[in-house]
Design a protein around this ligand. Structure first.
Ligand code: ADP
Ligand code: ZN
Ligand code: ZN
Length: 818
C-alpha cells in the first residue's frame, strides 16, 4: 500500500501538507524525521514529518517528497504535543513554532542557483554587467546568486539576472544547502607495522632521515606503541607541534606509506571534566524552604519560591537539582537574560561539572545543533541552563523546571510568532512529562502571586537574607524640589553624589540605574512633572511625533497636545527621557578618577562584551556601573554599597497597565544589588512623585501592599489575572483600507465578544516595513475556555479574508501580551 506523510513546513501555513513516499526505501520513516519537499514554484523546504499514514489527500494533487534527511527522528513525541499546544494557545501556526524551535543548522537552506543556457546566442553586444555575469558562468556554468554577487561586485544583481532570464540566457533552479557542518580533526595513524620488531626495522630505515625519525619517535611516545597499550592514532596538529617539524616531513612519511592521515568528527561541545565540590549546606531558613517545596511537590506541580533578594534562592535550586539528578531525572533551569547565565554557570559548574549544558541564542548555531543532538541521545546533559528558547530542546526524562526571576518580561517573546511566554510554556511542557516547576523571585508577577495565593500553585516564603544582612536602606529624594531650587547637578542629587563619593573613598562600588524605557516618547511638564493621562484608562498618553497628538494605548482615544501645563500653567512641555550614555558622560565629569562602565543593549552586543563588563565589575576594576534594567536582574556582586535610581518617574508613567508592577519590581530588584555580602547597602531613589504609593511601597519593601493594590485595580479594569488579553494586530499597505478593515473586524468581534473589545487603536509605531498597523484589544474571562475564543477569532478572521476587499489583510495575535 502506498504510504503518505503529513509534514509541517517552516512557513506560516494554517495546516500540515501531505506528500507521498517514493516506492523504494523510506519504509522506516517516522514522525519527527526531516524530509525535503517541493512546495510552490520550484521551492524546496526542510519539513518535519508529523504523521505517517495510507490516505491520499483530497483537494490537491499529491507530490512526492524529494529526500529523507534522517533515519531517526530529531523530535521526541512530547515535543509534537508541545508544538501543538503552543500553536493553539498563542494563535499561530505549527510552522511558526517549527521555525523558532529548531536551530537553523538543522534546517537546510534553500539557495537560488543560476545555470547558463548552452544554446544561448547573443544578438549583438550585451550591457557590461550582463556580459560580466555570463563570463563568470562560462567558467562554471552553475552558480549561486550569492556567489555571483560576491564575485562580480554588482550591486543590483537581481535586475541584471532578470534581464538575462528574459533573454533566455539563463535558467534558474533551487538547491538546498546544508548549514551545519560537523567539526573534524586530522588524525595520523601508523600503517603496515604489525609488531615491535617491524617498528625497530622502521627506525633503522629512517636513521638517515633524522626529521622523519624524530616524528616517528614522537608518534610512538604519544600513542604508546612501544608499551603494552594498543596502537592509537594521534592528532596531526599535536604530533607536528610536539615533534617540532614541518608538515612536509609528515607528507614524506605518508608518501612512503608509513603513516596515514584521516579525518575524524569531533564535537564542538566542551568536554573538559571539571573538578566538582560538595554542595554548600543550607542554613536553617533555606532548609525550611527546601523542605516546604518538597512537601508541596507531593500534591502540586508548580510552586512559587518568594524569597527576598540575596536570601540564597540559588543555593536552594542547587539542592533541588541535586535531588532530581539522584532520581535520574533532567532539569531545565531558565533564566531571563544571557547576562545572567555566566554567573550562574560558574556556580552550577562548581557543583555539577560536565553534567551541565548551556543553551542560548548568542551561541554559534553549530554548537546549538550539537546540544540538540546530544539531548536527543540517551547521553544528554542532565541540566540545561538557558534562556527562553531552551524550552524547545528535546528532553528524555524531564523532572524539574526552575524558572528564575519568573517575573521578568523577557520571558515573553515579542516578534515574530510564536509570541510565547517561556514561564507559562514551561509549565505546560512540565505537565506533559509529569515534571515539577519551581518559580523563584523576590518580586513575583501579579499573575503568579494570584495563582500562588488562590491555591493553584504552592507558595513558600523566604524573608531572611543569607547571613541576615539587612535589606538596603532606601532613601527617597524629591528631585522636583531640587530642580526648582536649582540644586541638581544634571541628573544627580547632592545626596546621591555624596554617597557615591563616600563609597569611592572606601573602595566600594556603585550601581546607577536608568531605565531604558525612559526613551519612550512621552510629554512631561518641566516645572511640575505633570504627565498627561487618559480619561478612560489609568495610563499615561503616548506622544506621536508624526501627528503631534497624544493617544491612549489602550482605548485609542486621541487628545490635542496642550499649549501649557494644566496643573501649573508652565509652558515648557518637554519630551522626556535621558539615556545611560548621557549619565556616563556626566558622572565621568564629576568623578574623573573613578573607572566607569555602562551596561545596556548598545554595549553588550556580543557575549564577550557582557562577560567583560560583569567580570571587570566583579574583580573591582570598575567603580561605577551604569545600566538599564540589565543591571537589575539577579546579579550577585559582593562590594556594591550604593545604588542610585536616577528617575523613578519614567517607569511609573509608562503607558501600560503593568507599569506600576514593573516599576516596583525594577526598583526592588536593583535595590537588591546593594549590600549583599558585607554590610547594609544604601539606595538613593530620585523621583518627582515622592508620595506615589509605589515609591512608598518600594521604600518599605512592601511587596504585598503593592500586589494587593494592583490586584484590586486589575479586577476593576478587567485586566489579567482576572481577564486574559489578546491583542489582534491588522496590517495592510494602504492606510485607508486598513482603517476600514479594522473597523469591520472590530464590529464583528464586538458582535461576538461585546464590550470586552477595545479599539481599533493605532499602536505607537503605526507603520512597520511599509505596512500600516492597527490593534484591537480583546478581554476574555479567565475561566472561559481559550479553545472557544480561538475558534471564534479564527472564524472572524476567515470571514474577513473571504471578503474580496480585504484579501491581502494580514492578521496576527499576541496572547497574554506583556
Ligand atoms: P538569591 O538567589 O536569593 O539572590 P543567592 O543564592 O545568590 O541569593 O545568595 C546570595 C549570596 O549568598 C551568594 O553569594 C551565595 O553564594 C551566598 N549563599 C547563599 N546561601 C548560601 C549557603 N547556604 N552557603 C554558602 N553561601 C551561601
Ligand atoms: Zn484610554
Ligand atoms: Zn506643570
Amino acid at each position: 500500500m502506498k504510504k503518505y506523510v503529513d509534514v509541517i513546513l517552516p512557513l506560516p501555513l494554517p495546516r500540515s501538507f501531505t506528500y507521498s513516499l517514493p516506492e523504494d526505501g523510506m519504509e522506516d520513516i517516522q514522525p519527527g524525521c526531516r524530509v525535503v519537499v517541493p512546495f510552490g514554484r520550484k521551492k524546496y523546504y526542510t519539513a518535519i514529518v508529523c504523521n505517517v499514514h495510507y490516505c491520499p489527500p483530497e483537494g490537491y494533487e499529491v507530490k512526492e517528497i524529494t529526500t529523507v534527511l534522517d533515519t531517526s527522528p530529531v523530535l521526541l513525541p512530547f515535543q509534537f504535543k508541545f508544538w501543538e499546544w503552543l500553536a493553539d494557545y498563542y494563535l499561530c501556526t505549527q510552522g511558526d513554532v517549527y521555525k523558532a524551535a529548531l536551530p537553523s543548522g538543522l534546517k537546510l537552506e534553500s539557495e537560488t542557483i543560476v545555470e547558463y543556457n548552452p544554446d544561448y546566442e547573443a544578438e549583438g553586444s550585451l550591457p557590461e554587467k550582463e556580459q560580466k555575469i555570463l563570463d563568470l558562468l562560462s567558467q562554471e556554468p552553475e552558480q549561486s546568486v550569492t556567489r555571483l554577487e560576491k564575485e562580480s561586485g554588482i550591486k543590483n544583481i537581481l535586475t541584471v539576472i532578470k534581464s538575462l532570464l528574459d533573454k533566455e540566457a539563463l535558467f534558474i533552479k533551487e538547491e538546498l544547502r546544508r548549514t551545519y557542518k560537523p567539526k573534524t580533526e586530522a588524525r595520523v595513524r601508523l600503517v603496515g607495522v604489525a609488531d615491535e620488531r617491524q617498528l625497530h626495522i622502521l627506525f633503522d630505515i629512517l636513521s638517515r632521515a633524522p626529521k622523519q625519525l624524530s616524528l616517528l619517535m614522537m608518534y610512538v611516545e604519544l600513542s604508546g606503541v612501544l608499551g603494552k597499550s594498543p596502537i592509537r592514532e594521534v592528532s596531526k596538529k599535536e604530533l607536528l607541534q610536539r615533534a617540532g617539524v614541518s608538515p612536509a616531513v609528515l607528507s614524506g612519511l605518508v608518501d612512503k606509506k608509513i603513516f596515514e592521515i584521516y579525518f575524524q568528527e569531533i564535537g564542538r561541545l566542551n568536554k573538559v571534566v571539571h573538578e566538582t565540590v560538595a554542595l554548600n549546606p543550607l542554613n536553617e531558613h533555606q532548609l525550611r524552604a527546601f523542605t516546604e517545596i518538597n512537601n508541596i511537590f507531593q500534591n502540586k506541580n508548580v510552586c512559587l519560591l518568594h524569597g527576598v533578594t540575596s536570601s540564597g534562592k540559588t543555593e536552594i535550586y542547587i539542592h533541588l537539582i541535586d535531588e532530581m539528578l539522584r532520581q535520574g531525572k533532567q532539569v531545565l533551569y531558565l533564566l531571563p537574560e544571557i547576562a545572567l547565565t555566566m554567573q550562574i554557570t560558574e556556580r552550577l559548574k562548581r557543583v555539577f561539572g560536565s553534567r551541565l549544558g548551556i543553551y542560548h541564542s548568542k551561541f554559534p548555531d553549530a554548537e546549538r545543533v550539537e546540544i540538540w543532538q546530544k539531548q536527543l541521545s540517551s547521553q544528554g546533559y542532565d541540566i540545561i541552563l538557558g534562556v527562553r528558547s531552551s524550552v524547545f530542546l528535546p528532553f528524555r526524562n524531564l523532572g524539574l523546571v526552575i524558572v528564575d526571576e519568573e517575573h521578568e518580561n523577557t520571558y515573553k517573546q515579542q516578534d515574530p510568532a510564536p509570541r510565547y511566554h517561556a514561564r507559562n510554556a514551561s509549565i505546560v511542557l512540565a505537565s506533559m512529562y509529569g515534571a515539577k516547576v519551581l518559580l523563584g523571585t523576590a518580586t513575583p508577577s501579579v499573575e503568579t502571586w494570584y495563582n500562588a495565593t488562590t491555591g493553584k500553585y504552592g507558595l513558600v516564603e523566604l524573608k531572611e537574607r543569607y547571613k541576615e544582612i539587612r535589606l538596603p536602606e532606601i532613601i527617597p529624594v524629591d528631585i522636583k524640589e531640587l530642580h526648582r531650587k536649582k540644586r541638581m547637578s544634571g541628573q544627580f542629587s547632592p545626596l546621591l553624589l555624596q554617597y557615591i563619593r563616600e563609597a569611592l573613598e572606601q573602595k566600594e562600588q556603585v550601581i546607577l540605574f536608568q531605565n531604558r524605557r525612559g526613551f519612550a516618547p512621552m510629554i512631561e511638564c518641566r516645572t511640575c512633572g505633570w504627565v498627561p493621562k487618559c480619561k478612560n484608562c489609568d495610563v499615561s498618553l503616548t506622544y506621536h511625533k508624526g501627528i503631534n497628538q497624544l493617544t491612549c494605548h489602550y482605548c485609542g482615544y486621541t487628545y490635542q497636545l496642550p499649549r501649557s501645563c494644566p496643573a501649573c500653567e508652565g509652558v515648557e512641555l518637554i519630551n522626556r527621557g535621558f539615556g545611560t550614555e548621557k549619565i556616563e558622560d556626566d558622572i565621568k565629569v564629576v568623578f574623573p578618577e573613578a573607572s566607569v562602565a555602562r551596561m545596556d543593549l548598545d554595549t553588550t552586543r556580543t557575549r564577550s562584551a557582557y562577560e567583560k563588563i560583569i567580570a571587570d565589575f566583579e574583580q573591582g576594576k570598575t567603580d561605577i556601573l551604569i545600566g538599564t534594567q540589565m543591571v537589575s536582574k539577579g546579579l550577585d556582586f559582593d562590594h556594591v554599597s550604593v545604588v542610585g535610581i536616577l528617575n523613578a518617574d519614567t517607569m511609573l508613567n509608562y503607558p501600560d497597565f503593568r507599569s506600576y508592577e514593573r516599576a516596583f519590581q525594577l526598583m526592588a530588584q536593583v535595590a537588591g544589588r546593594a549590600g549583599r555580602k558585607n554590610k547594609q547597602g544604601r539606595v538613593v531613589l530620585q523621583t518627582k512623585s515622592i508620595d506615589h504609593p509605589i515609591i512608598v511601597q518600594v521604600m518599605n519593601n512592601d511587596y504585598e501592599q503593592m500586589v494587593d493594590g494592583q490586584l484590586a485595580e486589575r479586577q476593576m479594569f478587567r485586566y489579567p489575572p482576572y481577564y486574559r488579553l489578546v491583542y489582534v494586530y491588522l496590517k495592510h499597505k494602504n492606510e485607508a483600507t486598513l482603517e476600514q478593515m479594522a473597523d469591520v473586524m472590530a464590529g464583528k468581534l464586538r458582535s461576538v465578544f461585546g464590550s470586552r473589545v477595545l479599539g481599533p487603536d493605532k499602536p505607537p509605531v503605526g507603520r512597520i516595513q511599509t505596512l500600516f498597523i492597527k490593534k484591537i484589544v480583546l478581554k476574555i474571562e479567565y475561566n472561559a475556555p481559550m479553545s472557544r475564543a480561538r475558534e471564534l477569532l479564527l472564524q472572524v478572521q476567515r470571514e474577513m479574508i473571504e471578503d474580496e476587499r480585504f484579501k491581502s489583510l494580514i492578521v496576527y495575535y499576541d496572547v497574554d501580551p506583556m
